[in-house]
Ligand binder design. Structure first.
Ligand code: SF4
Length: 470
């Protein structure tokens, strides 16, 4: 029976950096493996036979997806053999490329064995690409024409397209909204340029950007969100969230800002070699590593209404506002509506809540008015615990938070009087109120389309995750 690696705590997708050479020279590149320790290697580099043997071992171990990366993997003469072996063995295949070898001939030969091409595009202005080193030594310019020509071919051959963009000082000012909206890739992945000791460190002051700058780069691309699913990876998210193999057939990780290598897989086997490296399945899942690898573009079918539910301090409102901004949707909250009605009645919010407790009909009236407003509109993110019940055709999310995290959030928000006791009281009060009025338990997870455990997640990460899952 086929193993379920995820259930065993193993990342089911492999990134095989099979070829360290590249015909470009990006200053932020860490894929040239300058620090590979040669005493650990079988030989200087792997032969075609060894490379095929290695991929066969990964297949036999039960990996589900293989991404061939580099350097530039299309320069490896036996990449077609590896793709064929992987695809015929049932793996989902992907090639990360700078596009230089993507021609009709290359696609004609490889497309039957290729599910995804991840095309590295940081800018469509060739001057920006020259500054970062993402360019060929020849006269061919890496401009819009270069990229569009190859994208057209990829689409003609029906290979799914992912665009990988490294956000760095070189392209911070670049706006790719229009380009991405026209290209409509299946996924757009934006990385924060990652400094790695002895690999790209010499240029780190030239390319590194802060997390704030990275978020600003990502957030300004809200128009592109209408055309694709955007996934972003900060330096923290990229660290130890991949299962990677280097050109010499050793697993490696990127703990502590450097590349750390295990023993050759061909020598010690997958299990032992993998055990010598650090990786986190949780981080892999949190960075969106699991998605429907075989699916078509989900953007056309993106839900027009999204509801957020959860306990006190689960972050519904903060997450809802960011999500609405990223999707260019409006944000609505039942809390705002309740305050508005209280004001209309000349009551404080506390007086009004008391009145609601004594008179469930008042609650029903608020729900009716609020849900009618939401149901009549479109493109909405709605902070509403009962949204899953009253909002039509919505995607319903439950944000799950532990008491410890909820309490620490409340304390940070200067609600110093909150204790476990008051937190439980407030959560119980909501549960009781909805039970009395509607006989509904909003905490039952099977009523939602997506339940997220948000304890270790920042609001931006939660939004990234929601965008992947929808
Ligand atoms: S194209 Fe990719 S592999 Fe080549 S130098 Fe740039 S980042 Fe490195």
């Amino acid at each position: 029976m086929k193993k379920n690696l995820l259930q065993e705590g193993i990342i089911p997708a492999i990134n095989y950096h099979l070829w360290s050479k590249c015909n470009m020279n990006c200053k932020f590149c860490f894929g040239q493996f300058k620090t590979t320790s040669h005493d650990r290697m079988l030989s200087g580099k792997m032969s075609k036979k060894e490379s095929l043997q290695l991929v066969q071992m990964l297949i036999d171990y039960g990996f589900e997806k293989i991404t061939f990366s580099g350097g530039e993997p299309t320069l490896c003469p036996w990449l077609p053999d590896l793709l064929k072996l992987s695809k015929q063995s049932g793996l989902v295949t992907c090639v990360v490329t700078n596009g230089s070898q993507i021609t009709t001939n290359w696609l004609e030969k490889n497309h039957p064995y290729l599910d995804w091409i991840a095309f590295s595009i940081d800018a469509i202005d060739s001057d920006v690409n020259i500054r970062s080193g993402r360019c060929l030594a020849s006269d061919v310019k890496q401009d819009e024409h270069y990229y569009m020509q190859r994208i057209k071919l990829i689409k003609e051959y029906d290979v799914k397209l992912k665009i990988n963009t490294v956000a760095s000082k070189y392209n911070m000012h670049v706006d790719l909204n229009d380009f991405i909206s026209r290209v409509r890739p299946h996924r757009w992945k934006v990385f924060q340029a990652l400094p790695i000791a002895n690999e790209n460190q010499a240029y780190s002051s030239e390319f590194c950007i802060s997390l704030k700058e990275f978020n600003a780069f990502k957030n300004k691309h809200h128009e592109a969100l209408k055309a694709t699913c955007i996934v972003s990876e900060s330096n923290y998210q990229m660290t130890n969230s991949y299962l990677m193999v280097n050109p010499h057939g050793c697993f490696f990780d990127n703990t502590n800002g450097k590349l750390n290598y295990g023993s050759p897989i061909l020598k010690v086997g997958v299990e032992q070699a993998m055990g010598e490296c650090l990786y986190s399945v949780k981080k892999f899942i949190q960075r969106g590593g699991i998605y429907d690898w075989k699916s078509e573009n989900k953007i056309e079918n993106r839900p027009k209404k999204i509801t957020l539910s959860g306990g006190v301090a689960s972050g519904k409102s903060t997450v809802g506002k960011i999500l609405a901004e990223r999707l260019d949707y409006s944000f609505k909250s039942i809390g705002q509506k309740t305050r508005q009605i209280a004001e209309q009645r000349g009551l404080t919010i506390l007086e009004f809540q008391q009145e609601c407790l004594n008179n469930p009909e008042l609650d029903k009236e608020i729900d009716r008015e609020f849900s009618n407003e939401c149901n009549a509109a479109t493109d909405l993110v709605i902070d509403y615990r009962l949204g899953f019940k009253f909002i039509n055709s919505s995607f319903n999310i439950y944000l799950k938070v532990s008491d410890d995290t909820a309490l620490s959030r409340l304390k940070k928000a200067n609600r110093k009087n909150e204790t476990y006791h008051t937190l439980h009281d407030r959560n119980d009060c909501f549960v009781q109120q909805f039970k009395n009025t509607y006989n509904i338990d909003f905490t039952k997870e099977d009523q939602y389309d997506l339940v997220l455990d948000v304890d270790d997640m920042a609001p931006d990460e939660i939004v990234d995750r929601i965008l992947i899952e929808m």
